[in-house]
Design a protein around this ligand. Structure first.
Ligand code: UDP
Length: 232
């Protein structure tokens, strides 16, 4: 089925409006808010700190531990609070999306905890969470080899589109959702999931579009992080 126009008037390769801020959770060692359209993620980082229980410690390197949670009030139909299969999966892929840019060898026996809370959800929450977490890690002063930005791309009807909203994810003919995370300088893909169907050519087009989106997000992440130094 042909998809001719996005409901919110965006071009097919256009991101939703982004807002970002660091230092939103004072008690944390680093924190950030990242909003794409109506999806809002807050990430807070604690550590590196000694890992308990001690048998989980690795004397060679630190452990990155991510915890993704969607608040019960974040969606129209109240979500049952607490962990679920979905949140466990997202926590795990978030960890994998971020771990490769952190120099964990510098922090033996410790853990770096990243808590991601989705306070408002309108699709793309795992990507907003990853973009927020990468900013929070940088804000916490964790040495990072690269920055990570994430965005969802996919196929709605017959079109490849960037940054799907919930309406597009629920498109009547079915949509394909492809969350992508990418490192900024090396342009390495650290997350790629695919829910639906696409041809190989469509997937390549989608990844190209995601790369462009991630580059835009990266610029916002850096600009936001630099602002704290400007403002003291
Ligand atoms: N969603 C919901 N209730 C849930 C889980 C998800 O309403 O229990 C909505 C929410 O808007 C979310 C979207 O469905 O952003 C898509 O969820 P998905 O699992 O595809 O992950 P996401 O796109 O948020 O990374």
């Amino acid at each position: 089925m042909s998809y001719t126009k996005r409901d919110d008037g965006r071009k097919f390769d256009e991101l939703r409006k982004i807002k970002a801020k660091v230092g939103v959770v004072k008690r944390a060692d680093g924190s950030a808010m990242f909003q794409m359209g109506d999806t809002i993620a807050i990430a807070s980082v604690y550590g590196p700190r000694e890992l308990h229980p001690r048998f989980l410690q690795n004397p060679e390197r630190g452990v990155l531990r991510c915890n993704y949670d969607m608040a019960s009030f974040s969606v129209t139909e109240r979500k049952k609070p607490g962990p679920s299969r979905r949140s466990t999966e997202i926590s795990l892929v978030t960890e994998k999306a971020l771990a490769s840019v952190i120099d964990l060898d510098l922090f033996p026996n410790t853990v770096i905890d990243v808590f991601i809370e989705i306070i408002q959800a309108n699709a793309g929450t795992r990507c907003a969470g990853i973009s927020a977490a990468a900013m929070a890690l940088a804000h916490a002063g964790i040495p990072m080899r690269d920055m990570v930005a994430a965005v969802s791309v996919g196929k709605v009807g017959d079109k490849i589109v960037l940054d799907l909203d919930k309406e597009e994810e629920d498109f009547e003919e079915g949509a394909t959702d492809i969350p992508v995370a990418m490192t900024a300088r090396k342009r390495e893909i650290t997350l790629l999931q695919l829910d639906g169907e696409v041809t190989k050519d469509e997937l390549m087009e989608a990844i190209k579009m995601a790369r462009k989106g991630c580059e835009e997000i990266y610029k916002i992440q850096v600009k936001t992080l630099k602002e704290i130094y400007k403002n003291g």
